[in-house]
Design a protein around this ligand. Structure first.
Ligand SMILES: O=C(O)[C@H](O)[C@@H](O)[C@H](O)[C@H](O)COP(=O)(O)O
Length: 230
């Protein structure tokens, strides 16, 4: 069962979550000399990453990567890489090593082997994975009704390519296996609609219906859920 942290506003949650992530990353660096953080895209992470960027971490010992990515140019407004560079990798935090999820050499999706290669260099397992959740219960780019969802939930690979049924862009996504192999998962959700989806997911049911269940209905990996009422 996940540990829940409830907040009145997203701003409070973001500042406290950034501090908590910084503490865990500092512990990981002290224990293993390096820490790895994978973050999601979307709107929720932005204030967390901006706050995290200001935390006193030994950034030279941090590797940052993505939970998922859209197959767009890294300067596109829809790029999660761009989001991380604009919010987290600023000031001293720019010293962190960023590992993109998509290889920029290829103009189009180059196939799983190439993106797996991009991730093969990462220390594994990841220390921290920061997840979001869509109103449809997707997390990462593991979308309900996606043709690749079953593979994403069962494959031992680290990354898969996903064509979302409705959301824009071809995606690359960590698999359930890669997410659950991490040392600690944070799920950040905000607002009544998402809280209702979260409560329904937690009540049980098929993972395929609400893929966020992959993180909620398991006890192998520690999960903290940071919920902001507004
Ligand atoms: O690339 C992405 O779009 C994200 O990784 C995605 O999985 C996100 O976490 C959810 O869609 C929630 O998005 P919001 O934080 O904007 O609600």
């Amino acid at each position: 069962m996940p540990t829940e942290h409830l907040f009145q506003t997203g701003g409070e949650a973001a500042a406290d979550l950034a501090r908590r992530i910084a503490i865990l990353l500092t512990e990981a660096i002290a224990q293993r000399g390096v820490a790895t953080l994978a973050v999601s895209g979307g709107r929720s992470p932005r204030p967390v990453l901006e706050a995290l960027s200001k935390e006193p971490i030994d950034w030279t010992k941090l590797i940052v990567t993505l939970v998922d990515e859209r197959w767009v140019d890294p300067v596109s407004a829809d790029s999660n890489e761009r989001l991380v560079r604009e919010t987290l990798l600023q000031g001293p935090a720019a010293e962190a090593r960023f590992v993109p999820m998509k290889t920029h050499a290829a103009d189009a999706y180059a196939g799983q082997a190439e993106v797996e290669q991009a991730f093969a260099a990462l220390p594994w397992p990841l220390d921290i994975v920061l997840l979001g959740m869509g109103d449809d219960g997707h997390t990462a780019s593991l979308f309900p009704q996606a043709a690749e969802l079953a593979d994403g939930l069962s494959s031992p690979a680290r990354i898969i390519s996903v064509t979302p049924p409705a959301a824009p862009h071809q995606r690359l996504s960590l698999t359930a296996s890669a997410i659950l192999a991490s040392r600690h998962i944070f799920l950040q959700i905000g607002g009544a609609a998402k809280k209702a989806v979260y409560d329904r997911a937690l009540a049980g049911g098929p993972v395929e219906e609400l893929p966020i269940r992959l993180a909620l209905l398991q006890d192998e990996t520690s999960v903290e859920v940071w919920i902001a009422e507004s």
